[in-house]
Ligand binder design. Sequence first.
Ligand code: GTP
Ligand code: MG
Length: 218
Amino acid sequence: MTQRSDIGWRVVEASFETSAAASDGYPVPGPPEIAVAGRSNVGKSSLLNAFCGRRGLARVSRTPGRTRLINFFAVRLRGPGDDLPLRLVDLPGYGFAAADRTTRESFGPMVEGYFSQRATLCGLLLLVDSRRDFGAAEFELLEYMSKRQLPALVCATKIDKLKASERGLVARRLAAKLGVPSKDILLTSSQDRIGLGDDARAGGLAADIATLARGTSS
Ligand code: GTP
Ligand code: MG
């Protein structure tokens, strides 16, 4: 897990680079990569779009299983006196209810291949729906990152679906499961632009992503 940071950062450039099913299609290793992972339909592609301020950047759908390939996006963050190029990697979701059992229970070869082969992976945004709990898959991904000594940030998504009075509980509940302080769980809504760091002083996701990409916890 990574400690959350409060320094003002924002996205100044974001573009789609390429889609790939396996390592031979990945872009040439370059800037640090932050993987965006989570169950199907949790809101990965929506968060990426909202974060980058580009509605159609990644494809979004009501139907789970929308993202079928690994999608690489080139992003440039601007912070206090510093520009930071990185890649955001939108992964296909897992746990897709309509998939057959073996497909449903596994991340699939695409996601596993990315995590096991990509040396430029430097951090994980693990998305979990605010109304759900961590499952085995989420723990597996966190464990994998911890084994590689890479940081992970948990984002609780679709927080707009909960009443204001219920929102604080989400962070406490998820944090307790991981044994971390509740401030380490980022509450987000792509729909209502919560937690995305629009207010430079409020930190939010941009500052956290900068921290992941720089591989420091400050
Ligand atoms: P896969 O690519 O299938 O793994 O899904 P995904 O995790 O990329 O989810 P996606 O961004 O495609 O969003 C799935 C559905 O959730 C869409 O109908 C979105 O409009 C909706 N959604 C995403 N984020 C939010 C949010 O912050 N609030 C609400 N209310 N709905 C959201
Ligand atoms: Mg998607």
